[in-house]
Design a protein around this ligand. Structure first.
Ligand code: GUN
Length: 290
């Protein structure tokens, strides 16, 4: 069994980005610049955005954090977005989700200039991705592809079962795994909450990608020997023994499934750390494409 080490792989990608940025700077070019809009004080969002800003500094990007009050109007938020769209010194930006309930998330995401949409959430980027054109691929699916590619895991002709059909993980990764190219050419089944006989499907899979959000759902009896397991689940489960009062659990019962798996991502330390590296990669691409 080989553990797919997302921490190590994401550090390798950051080092590669750092080298590119250094040579850009050495030849007198402006480094890539990423901005993040954070509305309100949600604890998890603050942690994520803080980590994104620190990673920018690490690889030599410019970064801007725009913090806005949780009672900001939709109109005012749209004005900030319009300013960022017009800022020629900015390559890409993200609006950290979730947004407060009074703001229409869809309206906000549609207002982001697709050329600066390094989250890859705009329909223009999703459409281009599906048509195999140059596009920003959302960080989680992009990170999964990188893990599969860098660990040289065969995917061509393999049966990949994706459990979950969300717009930012399940749906895009199912499209990408079926496309031509590295970490592609798989035969993909998308399973979801209405799927019948899910166990039969996961037991027939060569690769299982779990993006369900149910802690330790996938047990050893539901997979075959030699399976490749990608666990996207991150659920906070209350745990009084832990200083934080919770532990992070994936969708896979790691202890038992790892005994049957050929490759497996841990939680934490698997797909999670890859997402920030891929956001940086998208920002570098935005700098190079525009
Ligand atoms: N909230 C949790 N993950 C993400 C992400 O990847 N992008 C944005 N914009 N918000 C998030």
């Amino acid at each position: 069994m080989i553990i797919l080490d997302g921490k190590k792989t994401s550090n390798e990608i950051k080092e590669e980005i750092k080298i590119t940025v250094n040579s850009m700077k050495a030849s007198g070019e402006r480094p890539p610049h990423l901005a993040a809009i954070l509305v309100g004080n949600d604890g998890a969002s603050l942690t994520y955005v803080g980590s994104k800003v620190r990673s920018c500094e690490y690889v030599g990007f410019d970064s801007t954090l725009i913090r806005l009050e949780s009672n900001i109007s939709e109109e005012e938020l749209l004005r900030h977005i319009s300013d960022l769209n017009q800022d020629d010194n900015l390559d890409g930006y993200i609006v950290q989700l979730p947004l407060p309930n009074h703001i229409n998330e869809e309206k906000i995401l549609l207002a982001i200039d697709p050329k600066k949409d390094v989250d890859g959430f705009h329909p223009a980027n999703f459409g281009k991705m599906a048509l195999e054109l140059n596009a920003f691929i959302p960080a989680t699916p992009f990170g999964i592809l990188q893990l599969l590619e860098r660990y040289k895991i065969p995917t061509s002709g393999k049966h990949c079962v994706v459990v979950g059909r969300s717009h930012i993980v399940g749906r895009p990764i199912s499209i990408l795994m079926s496309q031509k190219g590295p970490a592609g050419n798989a035969t993909v089944t998308v399973a979801h909450s209405r799927t019948e006989n899910l166990d039969l499907l996961t037991r027939s899979a060569d690769i299982v990608i779990m993006a369900l959000g149910i802690p330790e759902y996938l047990t050893a009896d539901k997979v075959k020997e030699g399976v490749v397991i990608i666990d996207v689940g991150i659920t906070r489960v209350p745990d009084k023994k832990h200083p934080k009062g919770y532990v992070i659990k994936g969708d896979v019962a790691f202890e038992e499934v790892s005994k049957k798996a050929k490759f497996i991502t841990p939680v934490p330390g698997g797909v999670g750390p890859m997402t920030i590296a891929m956001l940086l990669q998208n920002t570098l691409l935005a700098r190079q494409w525009n």
